[in-house]
Design a protein around this ligand. Structure first.
Ligand SMILES: C[S@@+](CC[C@H](N)C(=O)[O-])C[C@H]1O[C@@H](n2cnc3c(N)ncnc32)[C@H](O)[C@@H]1O
Length: 470
């Protein structure tokens, strides 16, 4: 290690930046984040620097560089495009024992700032000792994606309890153990899901020795998206890797299931048509029961839990039992599947509205609002299997939609098993029957389907011949 990472408190202390261009502006913004008192010296200043000065955030000295401008500074940054000036700043600062940073000249620096991940008050800086700044930025991006943006809030709340914890635990070892327990417990997820009051209450309970109420489990109602695991949210993935038990159904793709924590108990509550493995009410009760046993329960759903996902019913039961929960949205099938099929759901020339519908056959008939579905200049997305599709086509034609209206049926969209059948209302039933599609399938009805001819981009590997066009 050639340089020691340290964090300097520069609040209200003079930092001098030599240079007034774009790079200098970036450095000034960084120094301001740390509440420095910044003076910028240059014959010319960027527009942004002038704006900052106008509102009193920084001081500008319009002049050529002179060593006397460094007097009293705690840090100096040289960001001019004149190498001789940069070298002079470096020499002068070193002579005055002021730490100096020269942009893109590691040999002239006595300090570098690294690539910063800011979760204030948690701050991480990545350095490559000036040898590979792009690599350092790449590492920073990786860490950014791993650390939820709410980490700073965890630190801030922990800070609020510092004195109480110090008063309660006499030794630093006991305090460390307390914080380790807290940071591996449910408090973290409460903060990250925006339930800060509940997080504070948990901490207070722990301090008041009310562990029983703190040890209650919780439920994560998570949308697993339409199938491609790359479409999971960061939060979904994090919770999937934390759960003790995962309750899932058929709609969750095997690729997404593969990312659930390996040691978690998996409970399948899948439903297939005519064959209800577990009635919804029993699923609701099961979630509450497992959480009340102290478990972290992942309820993993295909798509989004609140779009034809019965997520609302599940959390209603949790509410009744006083079980803490959070809901993580997922990409719903209409979004994911239409994107991967190259069919925008709205388009200035074809559709200004989009209707998501689902239907269940009752006594062999579908009870849908046909007039609303038959309106022009809209796209209709039908969330349901293939049964009833022929009836939908007939009814729409009956209600005035052209038999030539294009329709796409997409099997297992966003996965490597995606298959698309494009037809018209008139010939859809025959084409779908011939294609031998497997569930789940989504149907998109509207002029926008024509766009697939130009916009199809996704090439699933499992079907060399994946698309049947009309
Ligand atoms: C009970 S709904 C659940 C919808 C889910 N909550 C969502 O937001 O996507 C099930 C229907 O969603 C559609 N669906 C879900 N994932 C799909 C996929 N990957 N490809 C095609 N259709 C899908 C099918 O129409 C299926 O019958």
């Amino acid at each position: 290690m050639q340089a020691l990472p340290i964090f300097i408190n520069i609040t209200n202390r003079l930092c001098v930046v030599i240079g007034g261009g774009e790079v200098a502006t970036r450095k000034v913004s960084m120094l301001l984040k740390a509440n420095a008192a910044v003076t910028v010296v240059s014959p010319e200043f960027s527009h942004e620097l002038q704006e900052m000065a106008a509102v009193g955030k920084i001081q500008l000295i319009q002049a050529s560089y002179a060593a006397s401008q460094l007097n009293g500074a705690c840090l100096v940054v040289a960001a001019t495009d004149a190498q001789a000036v940069n070298a002079a700043v470096s020499n002068d600062a070193k002579a005055l024992n002021i730490p100096v940073n020269v942009v893109d000249a590691p040999d002239l620096c006595t300090f570098t700032m690294g690539s910063i991940i800011d979760r204030s008050p948690v701050v991480i800086a990545v350095s490559s000792e000036g040898k590979a700044p792009v690599l350092a930025r790449y590492v920073r991006t990786k860490i950014e994606t791993m650390l939820p943006t709410g980490y700073g809030r965890i630190a801030a709340i922990a800070g609020e309890f510092r004195d109480q914890v110090k008063a309660k635990f006499a030794t630093s070892q006991a305090r460390r153990r307390f914080w380790e327990d807290v940071l591996q417990g449910p408090m973290v997820e409460r903060v990250l899901s925006g339930q800060e009051q509940a997080a504070r209450q948990l901490l207070q309970n722990l301090l008041d020795d009310q562990e029983a109420s703190t040890n209650k489990g919780e439920v994560f109602l998570v949308g697993g998206g339409p199938g491609d695991p790359d479409l999971l949210t960061f939060r979904a993935l994090r919770l999937m890797q934390q759960c003790d038990v995962c309750i899932y159904d058929k709609l969750v793709s095997p690729e997404v299931m593969a990312l659930v924590r390996r040691d978690a108990e998996l409970i399948y509550v899948g439903k297939s048509r005519d064959q209800h493995t577990l009635p919804q009410q029993e699923i609701n009760e099961l979630l509450a029961k497992l959480a009340l046993q102290g478990k972290r329960v992942l309820r993993l759903k295909g798509g989004d839990p609140f779009i034809f996902g019965r997520g609302g019913e599940e959390i209603e039961t949790l509410m009744q039992h006083g079980v803490p929960f959070q809901v993580v949205p997922g990409i719903t099938a209409a979004n994911g599947v239409s994107s991967y099929a190259g069919i925008p759901l709205t388009h200035r020339d074809y559709a200004q509205a989009c209707l998501f519908i689902t239907g269940h056959l009752k006594d062999g008939t579908l009870d849908l609002d046909w007039r609303a579905m038959a309106r022009p200049r809209q796209t209709v997305v039908v969330y349901m299997g293939l049964v009833g599709l022929a009836q939908i086509c007939e009814k729409l034609i009956e209600h005035g939609v052209s038999p030539a209206m294009p329709v796409a049926v997409v099997q297992q969209g966003t996965t490597q098993r995606q298959k698309v059948v494009v037809a018209t209302l008139a010939d859809l039933a025959a084409k779908v029957a011939a294609a031998g599609l497997k569930a789940p399938c989504l149907t998109i009805i509207g002029e926008v389907v024509h766009l697939r001819e130009k916009l199809a981009w996704f090439e699933p590997k499992e079907h060399a011949e994946n698309s049947i066009q009309n």
